[in-house]
Design a protein around this ligand. Structure first.
Ligand SMILES: Nc1ncnc2c1ncn2[C@@H]1O[C@H](COP(=O)(O)OS(=O)(=O)O)[C@@H](OP(=O)(O)O)[C@H]1O
Ligand SMILES: Nc1ncnc2c1ncn2[C@@H]1O[C@H](COP(=O)(O)OP(=O)(O)O)[C@@H](O)[C@H]1O
Length: 203
């Protein structure tokens, strides 16, 4: 039952102070794309590059959060929306704690991703579209899920029975069938450097 008699407590230590103590700016890199497009691989490679630069990060991965935080959710439209809402809330809390968050979720609907963007301060949500054609994702099929979906053993599989809405205005587009994982991670780092996300000067 939603609570109605609630009051927000404003606490003295703010995000800017928490991030400054870590010597960084806080933001979310939100990787969206089909299963097998390379979201987890690129997010992991970017996290390594950030760790090498001494940045404090956390990677939220679709498969992993479904073992715990979202273990009660499946892949219906309503469950995916709740999955992204919860993960968006967690990402928002982590950014408030001063972290750089990498989130790798199919997040198939524009509205789901927009809701997360709106939960974060302006400029702290960076949408990364991992743009790989379905046939390429299907040919990779590391987990054998496309094969199972085509055989009718998995229902609601994204790209097979369930839709994916490509971002209209993502900050970064990675054509991850034309470059390797290191080049994809470097593309993200270049963006962060160019746009000042890795600056320490004015924090
Ligand atoms: N029906 C169906 N459709 C899509 N994906 C499926 C499905 N069933 C299981 N899986 C596995 O779950 C991973 C996607 O979970 P997400 O939390 O990212 O999905 S969503 O954002 O809620 O749509 C996805 O991981 P990735 O391949 O890394 O994307 C799959 O391993
Ligand atoms: N740029 C790339 N070139 C070739 N293979 C890739 C590339 N990026 C990812 N892969 C491979 O594609 C498969 C799916 O990658 P993964 O990161 O698990 O995707 P997702 O998290 O989107 O499901 C893995 O076997 C991975 O090694």
């Amino acid at each position: 039952m939603p609570q109605t008699h609630l009051h927000w407590h404003h606490h003295p230590v703010q995000q800017s102070q928490r991030a400054a103590m870590k010597g960084q700016r806080a933001f979310v890199l939100w990787f969206t794309g089909l299963s097998g497009s390379g979201k987890s691989s690129i997010a992991g490679a970017v996290e390594c590059l950030l760790a090498e630069r001494g940045r404090h990060t956390y990677l939220l991965d679709g498969d992993n959060v479904r073992y715990g935080l979202c273990a009660d959710l499946g892949f219906s439209r309503a469950d995916r929306t709740e999955n992204i809402r919860r993960v968006g809330e967690v990402a928002s809390l982590m950014v408030d704690a001063g972290l750089i968050v990498l989130a790798a979720f199919i997040s198939p609907e524009r509205a789901q991703r927009k809701n997360v963007r709106q939960r974060l301060p302006a400029g702290q949500f960076i949408e990364v579209f991992v743009d790989v054609p379905l046939p390429v994702c299907e040919s990779r099929d590391v987990k054998g899920l496309y094969q199972k979906a085509r055989a009718g053993l998995i229902i609601d599989f994204t790209g097979v029975h369930s839709g994916y809405e490509a971002p209209e205005n993502p900050e970064i587009v990675i054509r991850n069938h034309q470059i390797d994982i290191d080049a994809a991670a470097a593309q993200v780092l270049d963006y962060l450097q160019r746009e000042g996300y890795l600056d320490r000067s004015d924090i």
